[in-house]
Design a protein around this ligand. Sequence first.
Ligand SMILES: NC(=O)c1ccc[n+]([C@@H]2O[C@H](COP(=O)([O-])OP(=O)(O)OC[C@H]3O[C@@H](n4cnc5c(N)ncnc54)[C@H](OP(=O)(O)O)[C@@H]3O)[C@@H](O)[C@H]2O)c1
Length: 331
Amino acid sequence: MQKRLLGDTTVSAIGLGCMGMSQAYGVQDEKDSVEALHRAVELGITFFDTAEVYGPYRNEILLGKALKSCRDQVTIATKFGFTFNPQRTDFGEITGTNGHPDNARAVAEASLKRLQTDVIDLFYLHRVDPAVPVEETVGAMAELVKEGKVRMIGLSEVSAATLRKAHAIHPISALQSEYSLWTRDVETNGVLETCQQLGIAFVPFSPLGRGFLTGTVSSSAGLQDDDFRKSLPRFQPENAAINQQYLDILATIAASKGCTSAQVALAWVLAQGDNIIPIPGAKRIPYIEQNIAATSLLLSREERETLEKAFRPENIAGSRYPEVFEKMAAG
Ligand SMILES: NC(=O)c1ccc[n+]([C@@H]2O[C@H](COP(=O)([O-])OP(=O)(O)OC[C@H]3O[C@@H](n4cnc5c(N)ncnc54)[C@H](OP(=O)(O)O)[C@@H]3O)[C@@H](O)[C@H]2O)c1
């Protein structure tokens, strides 16, 4: 598998997003997830993404258990900074943000235990807390680096200006934001450019459009009631019907290359820069195998341009998040 650089660490060119193993997208099965994690390691994935809030807690516990035997081969990223109702297992549990220094420390210490490790390789602030200057939060994260509890610091869903402020306090190794054919804000809001200028790895989350770009999920109709996509504007039937037409273009390119739409969607993200390390989420072994194969799929310039024209931001119907989550992502 090809490799890319994240801070001082070389990782596989794609990581594995593990959120779906504990919440958000349909049925979860712990035994299957452990097998999927082991298969991912066997196939060369060395970068795993989790968060305190996934489950909540259950996803970190799952990774701790499954990756214990190969801990020295893998880079584990986790995140803190949401407040939530721990009794609930869906996204309805999220109540706000907490970027206070005390919370950074408390969560890091609890995450270390759940992950069964001595050090968190990459510790992200999941969302900036508007009530706490980012410098203060990152200052607290930097203390954890000094103490050896965290190796690298990351941010998620922040503006270019916030990224620069934070990077001045302590080097930021990775910025994680949504980026895929149908979510391309980071191309125009200065985030991708700033990451390149500052030598920061850019980690696209939901690179498969939460499954939509794979052609296997057509709309919110038919999804389980607790599936997070039920609440997303782009998945509502009227918007999904419009967005569906661009999938046909993706499928045509995939058919001409003898691969799947998911692989073309991932190859497109990977082609956007050498500092880009997408973390497609998958809990099934065949999907993981397919996504790994996408790292060696090359798209021609003409194919990329056809996709970019079809998926122009103004063509996409519906916002990526409901309003309450959009606001939290404006850091
Ligand atoms: N920082 C943040 O705020 C944030 C937000 C969202 C996500 N994330 C992270 O990013 C990771 C990835 O994002 P995501 O999971 O939201 O979305 P995604 O990667 O765009 O899509 C995941 C969905 O695609 C399906 N899938 C994966 N590979 C496939 C393939 N080859 N063919 C067909 N379907 C396929 C998965 O199915 P199965 O589930 O059935 O395997 C799942 O339903 C998450 O796991 C999480 O770690 C971070």
